[in-house]
Design a protein around this ligand. Structure first.
Ligand code: BGC
Length: 474
């Protein structure tokens, strides 16, 4: 029996004792077009269910952002972006010149202790870093005038309006006590007040919403905003009449609203995704087993761990790294997504960059043949992630009856992992059956650093709305 389903080029000449187990991994990780189509079909139904009152696995959170910016916004805004890894503070000035802006920003790494401490520690950390930023970047504006601030909070929240949001659950290895089930805006405001920081929180948005707004501002063909990074998710503009859970609000027939899908929670009831034993292990060892199952198969936070588990298994089966001390590789989460990306970018004969990574990170040096096997496994894992990612984007477009559009994608893994975009685009092509020779009808376009301007635009939309309401009442 052959050791492969396909004979991969990278494994030419690699001895049989190193490749004899690979067919099993191909069976686990290779997803053919037919499987992707089935997953996407189920995904479309689940997106629809999330819009109903009864709901489903996918929250489909209403963001209360009801229009895209026309492109002539102006004013100065501060933005805070709390993602999976960093806290980014920006000072954004939108210029009256159509679609133009200036921004100053600074990133602060979110320490592990803050991600798993108490609510007060978290918000004090955020307020403190904002204060540092303001001291470093004095605005020149008069004291006592509050600057509008938009807060990009990249976690699922239930919103009754754009200025509030009750955290549904932490994701991405955050585990701060006292925040789940609470409105995060008053918690942040209390910390800002403790430090007398003169800002006025005017909008709370998700990073996907910010990406959608920012990329649509630059390119009106963008209909979906997505993040592919530590976590994964997407947002799109939906017609309110198609959102049953908005019925009681009596919104105008033609109103639209951005929906933050929170589709990382897709298939939490394990109906369709092809879970491997490694996926089960990653989930069961995670902080919240049974949640974000799609995200755990796709996003940057987990693909490194997937590779680690696979390498350790092959070591234990007597295939890889025999006679080497792999103690450091046995540590949970010892491998991160950049390891995969560096390995795949190493085109040297002797895979010297990859070897350096092994030596620096795990203190052992594999043979070139062993590294070729690892390179092949990395390809399988990363391609599966990209193809599954394509299912979510395809599902939104099918649900929305969009045959042609641009998708603004932000996030370090998408922007830095070369090859990811092509693999995801091939996934879309396989699912949507574009004619041979046709360009990508749904084009995934990098939308780097959209978070600051996206949040500033959301703040400007929110403020304009308040103005409009005031004018109508007067
Ligand atoms: C969060 C989303 C976020 C995504 C990307 C997920 O874990 O639930 O709110 O958009 O990560 O940052």
């Amino acid at each position: 029996m052959s050791s492969f389903r396909y004979r991969p080029e990278i494994l030419e000449g690699v001895p049989e004792h190193l490749t004899r187990h690979l067919k099993q991994f191909e069976d686990w990780f290779i997803l053919e077009a037919a499987e992707l189509k089935k997953i996407t079909e189920h995904f479309v139904n689940e997106l629809g269910k999330g819009l109903t009152i009864e709901g489903g696995n996918i929250p489909m959170n209403v963001t209360w952002v009801t229009s895209n910016p026309p492109g002539r916004e102006s004013g100065r805004y501060l933005t805070l972006d709390m993602g999976g890894t960093n806290l980014r503070v920006c000072d954004v000035t939108l210029s009256e010149q159509k679609r133009d802006f200036e921004q100053t920003q600074r990133k602060f790494k979110l320490p592990k202790e803050v991600k798993s401490g108490t609510a007060e520690q978290l918000w004090d950390f955020v307020a403190d870093r904002l204060q540092v930023f303001l001291e470093e970047n004095p605005s020149g504006s008069q004291d006592n005038i509050s600057v509008p601030l938009a807060f990009t909070f990249s976690f699922p929240v239930d919103q009754q309006n754009i200025r509030s949001g009750v955290l549904q659950r932490w994701t991405k290895k955050f585990n701060v006590s006292g925040v789940e089930g609470e409105d995060v805006v008053p918690q942040l405001e209390a910390a800002l007040a403790r430090k007398n920081i003169p800002v006025d929180v005017v909008a709370l948005i998700n990073d996907t919403t910010g990406t959608l707004i920012a990329s649509n501002y630059r390119d009106p063909q963008v209909k979906v905003g997505s993040i592919f990074s530590t976590g994964t998710n997407a947002a799109y503009m939906e017609e309110c009449r198609l959102v049953p859970k908005l019925k009681e609000y009596g919104l105008p027939e033609d109103a639209k609203v951005i929906i933050n899908t929170e589709y990382g929670a897709f298939d939490n009831d394990r109906q369709i995704l092809p879970f491997t034993p490694f996926d089960h292990q990653i989930d069961s060892e995670s902080l919240r087993p049974g949640t974000q199952l799609y995200e755990k198969m796709v996003s940057g936070l987990y693909i490194g761990e997937m590779l680690r588990l696979v390498m350790v298994k092959l070591h234990e089966e007597g295939v890889l790294f025999q006679g080497k001390d792999i103690t450091s590789l046995r540590q949970s989460n010892a491998v991160d997504a950049t390891f995969l990306s560096i390995a795949e970018m190493d085109f040297s004969e002797d895979l010297s960059d990859m070897r350096e990574e092994f030596e620096d990170e795990f203190s052992f040096s594999p043979t070139v043949d062993e590294m070729k096997v690892c390179r092949y496994l990395i390809g399988l894992i990363a391609t599966r992630a990209a193809r599954l990612y394509a299912c979510g984007i395809a599902a939104i477009c099918i649900k929305n009856k969009t045959k042609k559009c641009h998708v603004g994608v932000d996030g370090s893994v998408f922007n830095k992992y070369s090859g990811f975009k092509d693999r995801a685009s091939q996934g879309l092509r396989d699912i949507l059956d574009w004619p041979v020779g046709e360009i990508d009808l749904i084009a995934l376009n990098a939308s780097e650093d959209g978070s600051g301007v996206g949040a500033a635009l959301a703040a400007s939309l929110a403020l304009n709305k308040v103005e409009q309401i005031k004018t109508t009442i007067i």
